[in-house]
Design a binder for this molecule. Structure first.
Ligand code: NAI
Ligand code: MG
Length: 796
């Protein structure tokens, strides 16, 4: 026998990792865990417990407390009490505690890794080499952000008590992604682990005790969905951070609508793994293994859709099948296995059912000859090929070790297929041609794009979704904004600032001193003035109730047309920052040339003095200059992530956005909200002030003469809240800003849940549009973009 043959035929014996320490930890709690509230272990009010099992062996590990509404209330109270001193201790004080947490996690890394493997079923190799090191890294990195908060986040402050609900696929890692940034920014937390995997969170609670973390800063309440819902609905919880299913994400969006609670959602995915014909296929095969068999495929960003160029498809499938034969499946504590157990019988059933559906739909299935152990919940690695893009296994998240392959011919088709999903969490691109990779990366709607690598994570990089994969980022500087509020938030008023008005000399019709308005404006759609679909108009009155004009009353059909026009406008979004700036300066120039007219119009609508109207126009022009300036300066970052990697955090437009303008200040209110969204490359549907829409309809000509491409700005006048509802429901609108009433804000958050639009609403609070700190700058730009992180490895 040659050496090579020996290697090929060699069988590994099992190499079990010792679980002695984990058993000791469980025994030290008598295998029965209470809730961790205010720094103490307490019994659940209901005295109910449930079991946590080891999915590799089905053996019971411990009993876990089921927290109810009263327990959650106790935890929220504890977190509320701890808040003040946690803020006052300052960034440096918090950094020291967080550093201590990181150190302690490192010291107990083995215990954490083994316990996680036992509770979840994931291979010890992964918890040891990936999960736990990343957890420690997350606390170190964010200890640093705590230290730097004073200088780097000086316009922001803590939110308060944060509720955090996490899933079972990366139990401790998700805990760290949630707890580290919250603590850094001065918040206190109540965290609920997933019901299948609470143990490492409970060990973490012990660590908090050990390092003397002030009591109440971290509270861990265990339980099922109802416990999660109690956290979501608690009035003193000011923000919810959730990772889990898209279904529950939508429930949370609806449950918190109008409450003013900030939410971040990290949901499912069906991420494309795109292989071009010039890719290094042996690297691709290892990439596939990491993409879909890492953590048994129970990964939100798993590369579960293999898109391969037709010319190499068969060759690649063959190589993948050969590699699949060598995968080892078994007990999670065996150091030689590649694939562990599925977390629970229900999840196994979901996978089995979806695979059956895939077979029933006529797709070709292939599984290796390996035999799954029968003492736990195992599922073999599975490959479907020649899958139709519309079939359910190509669209639905399977959350298991199942790869779905399909082929494409051209680069354009690859991008289309990649984006043919309601999700947008991640993507990976495989090609030796860096130009091709960097051309494709921005075209894919996903929060993370890996080039010639996959499933790489680091605390310094943001992670999160586009579309129905949720909103918000975790990690990187971009992730900090989820855990702070702008200091000017507390300056907003309950009613708009009163303006001084004078009744016009004559009250029959419009004022004598101002020119009559004899022309009824139209709508502005696709760069053209358009008649409203319903042919209805509504009266425009001044502050004293005198009719000064009429405007079209837009309806659902007009909104649909406007959204379509915004979608087909590709010219605007693809301009460079410099080119967009030129157009914005041009708008300012044209507005300036016609400022007298705009002053008059403001006076007619609002009965303000000429001085005040002049101030509004002048400030509007200045504000356009501000965003023209920003258009080529709102940069991204290159993050310091792991070695031999460039991680580019790139701001991208949200897409098609609806802007529902404030009622007050007909011109400045519109300019302050529309222009920043435009400057970032979005195409817009604008609903102007309902009461005073004429400053918007006067802008048509300016937009027409300022080189704004048709469809980049569409304006629909009418009943603001009615039009807004249509926009909130519309599946092709990606983002929506609403400045108006508390009820209108609630409607937006409720109705936008179905496609999980990014929304920004005013909750019936009013800014001072003249105050730059409240109404201008980065805060507006940040809401007009999403950050995509592109990972580019280098070296050999
Ligand atoms: P899930 O979304 O039900 O559970 C996630 C967390 O939310 C758990 O802590 C759970 O107790 C909690 N929860 C459940 N209902 C809640 C409610 N109404 N209010 C507040 N919290 C609630 O996910 P599940 O049932 O464990 O898995 C189902 C599917 O979700 C999986 O097959 C997978 O497709 C997807 N999923 C996605 C994850 C991701 O990382 N994006 C993680 C886990 C699951
Ligand atoms: Mg378990």
């Amino acid at each position: 026998m040659k050496v090579q043959e020996i290697f090929q035929t060699m069988e590994y014996g099992p190499a079990p990792e010792s679980n002695k320490e984990s058993i000791e930890f469980l025994d030290s709690h008598k295998r029965k865990f209470g809730l961790f509230i205010n720094g103490k272990w307490v019994k659940p009010e209901s005295n109910e417990y449930f079991e946590s099992i080891n999915p590799s062996t089905k053996e019971k590990l411990a009993e876990i407390a089921e927290a109810n509404v009263k327990d959650v209330d106790q935890a929220v109270k504890a977190a509320g009490k701890a808040l003040k001193s946690w803020v006052e201790i300052g960034g440096h004080g918090r950094a020291r505690y967080m550093y201590a947490l990181a150190r302690q996690i490192q010291k107990h890394a083995r215990l954490f890794a083994v316990l996680e493997s036992m509770d979840n079923g994931k291979p010890i190799r992964e918890t040891r080499d990936i999960d736990i090191p990343l957890v420690a890294r997350h606390f170190y990195h964010h200890a640093g952000w705590a230290q730097l908060m004073d200088t780097e986040m000086k316009d922001y402050k803590e939110i308060g008590v944060i509720g955090q609900i996490i899933p079972w696929n990366f139990p401790l890692l998700m805990l760290s992604w949630k707890i580290a940034p919250s603590l850094a920014m001065g918040n206190t937390v109540i965290l609920k682990p997933a019901e299948f995997t609470s143990l490492t969170a409970l060990l973490f609670a012990d660590i908090c005790k050990q390092i003397g973390l002030p009591t109440g800063v971290v509270n861990v309440v265990t339980g099922h969905g109802d416990t999660g819902a109690a956290i979501v609905n608690h009035p003193d919880v000011k923000k919810i951070a959730f990772t889990g299913s898209t279904e529950v994400g939508k429930i949370i969006r609806k449950a918190t609508a109008g409450s003013g609670k900030k939410i971040s959602l990290e949901l499912g995915g069906k991420s494309p793994f795109i292989v071009f014909e010039d890719a290094d296929l042996d690297s691709v095969v290892e990439g596939v293994v990491d993409a879909i068999w890492f953590n048994q495929g129970q990964v939100c960003c798993a590369g579960s859709r293999l898109l391969v160029q037709e010319s190499i498809a068969e060759k690649l499938y063959k190589k993948i099948r050969v590699r699949m034969e060598t995968l080892r499946i078994g007990n999670s504590l065996d150091k030689t296995i590649d694939i562990g157990a599925i977390v629970a019988p229900v999840q196994l059933k979901v996978i089995e059912d979806l695979v059956q559906k895939g077979i029933d739909e006529g797709n070709t299935i292939w599984q290796p000859t390996l035999v799954c152990p029968t003492d736990g919940y195992f599922y073999p690695p599975t490959l479907f090929t020649d899958v139709a893009p519309s079939s359910s296994i190509a669209q639905e998240e399977i959350f298991g070790p199942v790869l779905v392959g399909m082929s494409f011919r051209s680069h354009g088709e690859a991008v289309k297929l990649a984006n043919n999903t309601r999700y947008g969490l991640a993507a990976s691109i495989w090609t030796e041609n860096i130009n091709l990779a960097l051309d494709v990366a921005p075209q894919i709607k996903a929060g993370t794009v890996w080039i010639n690598c996959t499933n790489v994570f680091d605390a310094a990089s943001g992670f999160g979704g586009y579309r129905e994969s949720g909103f918000g980022r975790e990690g990187g500087k971009e992730g900090l904004y989820e855990y702070v509020k702008h200091t000017s938030d507390s300056e907003f008023r309950d009613s708009p600032k009163k303006i001084k008005t004078t009744e016009p000399p004559s009250s029959n019709g419009s004022s004598k001193s101002l020119p009559k308005i004899d022309k009824t404006p139209k709508l502005f759609i696709g760069g053209k003035q358009a008649r409203p679909d319903g042919g209805n108009s509504m009266a425009v009155l001044d502050t004293f109730g005198n009719q000064i004009s009429e405007v079209p009353k837009g309806n659902r059909k007009d909104i649909r047309n406007a959204v379509e026009a915004a979608h087909s406008c590709t010219a605007w979004g693809s301009l460079t920052g410099h080119a967009k700036a030129q157009v914005l300066y041009y708008i300012a120039e044209n507005l300036s040339a016609r400022s007298a007219e705009f002053v008059t119009r403001i006076m007619q609508q609002t009965n303000q003095s000429q001085t005040d109207a002049e101030k509004e126009v002048a400030t509007s022009i200045e504000r356009i200059y501000t965003y023209a300036a920003w258009a080529d300066k709102y940069d991204g970052n290159v993050h310091h992530t792991i070695q031999r990697n460039i991680t580019i955090a790139m701001p991208e437009k949200v897409g098609v956005m609806a802007i529902i303008c404030p009622e007050e200040l007909p011109l400045l209110g519109l300019i302050s909200t529309v222009i920043p969204a435009l400057a970032m490359g979005n195409s817009l549907i604008v609903v102007p002030s309902e009461k005073s829409p004429l400053s918007a309809t006067d802008l048509y000509q300016i937009l027409e003469t300022s080189d704004v491409p048709g469809g980049a700005v569409n304006i629909v006048t009418g009943h603001k809240d009615e039009l807004c509802k249509e926009l909130a429901k519309h599946d092709d609108v990606d983002g929506l800003w609403y400045f108006g009433s508390a009820q209108g804000s609630k409607d937006v958050e409720l109705l936008s849940a179905d496609n999980l639009k990014r929304t920004w609403v005013s909750y019936g609070k009013y800014r001072d549009w003249y105050d730059k700190s409240q109404s201008e700058g980065r805060e507006f730009l940040r809401h007009a973009i999403e950050i995509k992180n592109i990972w580019v490895p280098y070296g050999e």
